[in-house]
Design a protein around this ligand. Structure first.
Ligand SMILES: Nc1ncnc2c1ncn2[C@@H]1O[C@H](COP(=O)(O)OP(=O)(O)OP(=O)(O)O)[C@@H](O)[C@H]1O
Length: 585
């Protein structure tokens, strides 16, 4: 369903009506001001003292009252802008978290950040400073023209012609705005991407002595930004200021000259001329507001279209849809599965295997053949192009993704540690975290050999680990990830190159842990290391052509060339590592 701005405005109808009613009153007051001036001047020439005092009192009190009312009205209407932008940001953030994996793979964090933050433009700049003044301007224009027609029809028509001329001229340059605005937005996304990437990796910049080049790159982005900014200013200024000031002065001069002639011919009072002189700037100010709003609408449309496309795009998991876990055995089955990533030709071909409940499967193969891809298919990050992946007898496409992922604990290759406390990191994503006892947390910390790490932290489990978790070494990060997975008490445990950052002793300890009685679950282990290959229930050897061979260690070693090569390479690496760490006699 294509979203409309009105959907965001509708729930706020009450404050909108109050705000608009107040606006109408304050505009009425302002528009009545020139009429009071006219009466005042006419009473001056007529010498009526009571009317004079009444008009002076009105002249002073009207602006005070109008200011108070417009203050309250601004409060209401600003609040509306803020609420709309808050809701837009909320929805955009939510939609980012629900985008299909393909979207996340293609879009940088910077552009996603920009999409969420862009909604601020709608609330802060547009509604407050452009849309609301434009609505007030419509009131002003209607009331002002009404009052002017009562004073004198020919002069009112002259002012009307000049106002229309302004609208026509500015509309001509307005076409350029869309193009410039779109380019400006792309440049902003580009520079946000750049900043996000470089600032997140300052250490690498320093280590590679690339500081000067990154500064030069940043300067280029600033130049691009400045160029588009200047273009925007130029177009807005020609539109709103240049044309408007010129036509307003011309109009005012003609009104004064023609008005003077009509006064001379007794067709108009002097007071009416003064009123017209006050009305002309009001009219042009309102036209200017409308112009600004028209330009603003063009800019905001670009942002909103982008946001709506996101909000309306297909979510990776429609809420509350899909099957949930029943009492089926949690068997994993790949049946005739073909898969390649979008925009890729090669991929996995005709994958068939079954991982029985509580069994252990080892996935091996050379780098880049698709071992982690099998995990992506298992965790519903992607779906097969052909064939079927099923868990507990339910095809992954039919699962409620959240329900399925709650059954899975994953220790990934590159671990994400949040800039939150160690406790929050360990309990990350566990819905019933408050029901996990301190004893269980201690137990898992012990199992994953994290005790000495916790002791080192000044605030123990409550220590905030800092940006990039600098307090944790590679091995410690891996063990945090392991503890995090265990605390989920998952039915399926996935280890993706879990020992890659560990020294041989720790690696052996963690490997032992995988076999410990405490870890009862269906285990899928992706690893280059084969030290425990003889203990697993089955091994999947992924070949460079994307096919797999399934079997047991001894059979594969004797009959499968690639596996045999992998075993030899692993033994060689093992010997070297032992040498390096002095494990040899
Ligand atoms: N999201 C993606 N989009 C496009 N291609 C991808 C994506 N993820 C991985 N690939 C590509 O798919 C192939 C298989 O990647 P995968 O990560 O599954 O390999 P792997 O066997 O786990 O490798 P390694 O042992 O080095 O981790 C690689 O060529 C990789 O470049």
């Amino acid at each position: 369903m294509k979203r409309l701005f009105i959907n965001y405005v509708q729930p706020l109808w009450k404050p909108i009506i109050i705000g608009l009613a107040l606006s109408l009153v304050s505009t009425l007051l302002m528009v009545s001001q020139p009429l009071v001036m006219k009466n005042l001047i006419n009473t001056l020439t007529g010498g009526q003292t009571t009317s004079f005092i009444r008009n002076v009192t009105l002249l002073i009190s009207i602006p005070i009252l109008a200011t108070v009312i417009s203050y309250i009205q601004t409060y209401f209407l600003s609040g509306i802008g803020q609420k709309i932008s808050q809701k837009l940001r909320e929805d955009t953030f939510q939609s980012m978290l629900n985008q299909p994996t393909e979207y996340l793979d293609k879009n940088s964090a910077g552009s996603m950040y920009q999409n969420v933050q862009d909604s601020i433009i709608v609330g802060d700049g547009y509604i407050d400073y452009e849309l609301v003044p434009a609505i007030l301007s419509v009131f002003t224009l209607l009331l002002t023209f009404g009052s002017m027609l009562l004073l004198d029809v020919p002069i009112s028509l002259i002012i009307l012609v000049f106002s229309l001329l302004t609208v026509f001229l500015t509309a001509m340059t307005g076409k350029k705005v869309k193009e410039v605005e779109s380019n400006y937005r792309d440049a902003r996304i580009g520079s946000a991407d750049f900043l996000q990437e470089v600032l997140a990796n300052v250490r690498t910049v320093r280590l590679f002595t690339n500081r000067d080049r990154e500064i030069a790159n940043w300067k280029k982005w600033l130049e691009i930004d400045r160029g588009f900014w200047m273009k925007r200013r130029l177009i807005s200024d020609i539109n709103v200021n240049g044309i408007l000031i010129f036509i307003q002065s011309l109009c005012l001069s003609i009104v004064i000259i023609y008005g003077y002639i009509r006064v001379q011919n007794d067709l108009l009072s002097l007071g009416s001329i003064v009123a017209f002189i006050a009305y002309v700037p009001m009219i042009f100010q309102s036209v200017s507001s409308l112009q600004r709003a028209q330009l603003g609408t063009k800019k905001v449309k670009i942002v909103l279209n982008q946001i709506y496309t996101l909000l309306d795009s297909q979510s990776e998991h429609p809420k509350n849809k899909g099957k949930t876990m029943e009492d089926n055995a949690l068997e994993i089955k790949f049946k005739n599965v073909d898969f390649h990533y979008p925009d890729r030709q090669e991929g996995l071909i005709d994958i068939n295997f079954t991982a029985k409940q509580n069994s252990t499967t080892l996935i091996v193969g050379p780098s880049g053949v698709g071992k982690s891809t099998i995990i992506d298919l298992l965790t519903c990050l992607y779906y097969p192009n052909k064939g079927e992946v099923s868990i507990a007898g339910i095809p992954t496409v039919d699962w409620n993704k959240d329900e399925l992922r709650k059954q899975i604990g994953i220790v990934p290759q590159s671990v994400v540690i949040w800039n939150r406390t160690l406790r929050e990191n360990l309990l990350y994503g566990i819905s019933n975290a408050d029901q996990i006892s301190p004893e269980r947390i201690d137990e898992v910390i012990k199992i994953t050999r994290l005790e000495s790490f916790v002791k080192k932290l000044p605030n123990g489990l409550e220590e905030v680990l800092g940006p990039n978790a600098v307090q944790a070494s590679g091995g410690e990060r891996q063990r945090i990830a392991l503890a995090r997975a265990l605390l989920r008490n998952p039915a399926i445990l996935i280890f993706d190159e879990v020992t890659s950052a560990l020294d041989p002793i720790l690696s052996a300890e963690i490997t032992e842990l995988i076999w410990s009685k405490e870890l009862v679950s269906t285990k899928i282990i992706v690893s280059h290391r084969l030290s425990f290959a003889s203990r697993v229930d089955q091994i999947l050897v992924v070949d460079t052509d994307g096919t797999i061979t399934c079997g047991k260690h001894n059979d594969l070693k004797d009959n499968q060339l690639l596996y045999n090569q992998l075993v030899m390479a692993d033994e060689f690496q093992d010997t070297q590592e032992r040498d390096r760490h002095g494990f040899r006699n």
